[in-house]
Design a protein around this ligand. Sequence first.
Ligand code: FUL
Length: 498
Amino acid sequence: MRSTIVAATALGCLFAFTPASSQPRSESARSQQRDGTSLQAVEPVPSPAQLRWQRMEFTAFVHFGPNAFTGAEWGTGREQPAVFAPKALDARQWAKTFKAAGMTGVIVTAKHHDGFCLWPTPESTHTVAASPWRDGKGDLLRELSDAARAEGLEFGVYLSPWDRNHPSYGTPAYNDVFVRMLEDVLSNYGEIFEVWFDGANGEGPNGKRQVYDWPRFHDVVRRLQPNAVIFSDAGPGVRWVGNERGEAPLTNWAMLDRDRYQPGTPLSMDLPEGSELGRAYVPAECDVSIRPGWFWRAAENARVKSPRTLLRLYETSVGRNCTLLLNVPPDDRGLIHENDVKALMGMRALVDRVYGASLVPAAARATASASLDRHPPMALLDRDLDTYWAPAAGARTGVVTIDFGAPVTFDRVRLQEYVGLGQRVSLFEIEAFVDQAWTRIATGTTIGHTRIVAANVTTASRLRLRIHDARGVPLIASLSVHDSSKAADPSPNDANAH
Ligand code: FUL
């Protein structure tokens, strides 16, 4: 993706048009033509790293450390490193499981609030080096980053600035410690796709709170991992969706006035929807656990979310312009528990069954109220997210009709905008041609990278998407239809799909 954008920019403007009388709001003269056509960006636009990240869609979160052995959610930092003693840890089993589940990357708690480091850093005595695991010679970041790469997964790290163990926490010296830890983690484990910063800021062992030096922390990431996105409540690269339920709101802009928020912001109620007027591009991420807690505990082995629930979370996160960061915590053996594996494989089977292929027949035809030469409506029906239908220069509205050529039964419509030039659509309607008349089956506000729209079960041979308003020329990359009832009939093999 990154190289596509660079190549396209080098090609420059292949043909030019002057937008009608007024510039679309937010379209600025300094907008770059990043797709090799004349279409102007509507600022703010994603960085190549953000665009690539949005397309990753579904990633794994791994909470692991002493809490997996003590049953705590937030360790006190006073646990003995000796408790960290997984007997059968196999990071390859984790990575293979995530890959088979359809995930594209993994983010691990290199350090959670208890301060225990999963790699042997000289900056702390509270690390794997002081534990019996691999006789104190283990490095979990090494094992997991190697295993992830072997499976083609990207690797990311969660490094909690809140540290309930480190003696310097609460003093300026701790910021230096944290910077050195960051440098360590970001220099030695290859390319990192996301750095996850929690906003928690509690007391340390000496009863003091830390004043975090966020600008300095961010500079370290930018210097050592320029292609990584930085997560925290309000970015700068990726924002929190505002809850830990895996549920984004129906309206979800990737934009935000980032300067009004900081990690741990009291304004987190504004984060879910973002803002149509937001000056920065900061797409949202839904973090949620497959279990009630973030860390494994035996008592929750029977409370793993079901494949149906996980499919629903996919729809309320990926289907609402977010990525889904699903936490799957390894158990005290150091393995992903079989119940979690079963649930993930079941989810994968359901996602594939419902969303793996579009029910739009190959012979279907798309026509539009208007379209630019290089952006015909048929671009909606290919699987290429870099080709898109664009109605007309200066247009904020447009209508596209898909003639299926035969009746199709569906209850979900998946829409995707090309967001590389800025997220645009703010109001749309979907109609189906039923009993010789056009009938509205759904309405919505934002689309963004991906929007899954639910409708009543509909059988129709034609479908119409009407864009009623947008921040600039609507650029629609994909439209597909799906039948969620396929998830109601799990085959007996679901659990063994890998
Ligand atoms: C929270 C933390 O306090 C939890 O322990 C967990 O790591 C979650 C993902 O973020 O803020």
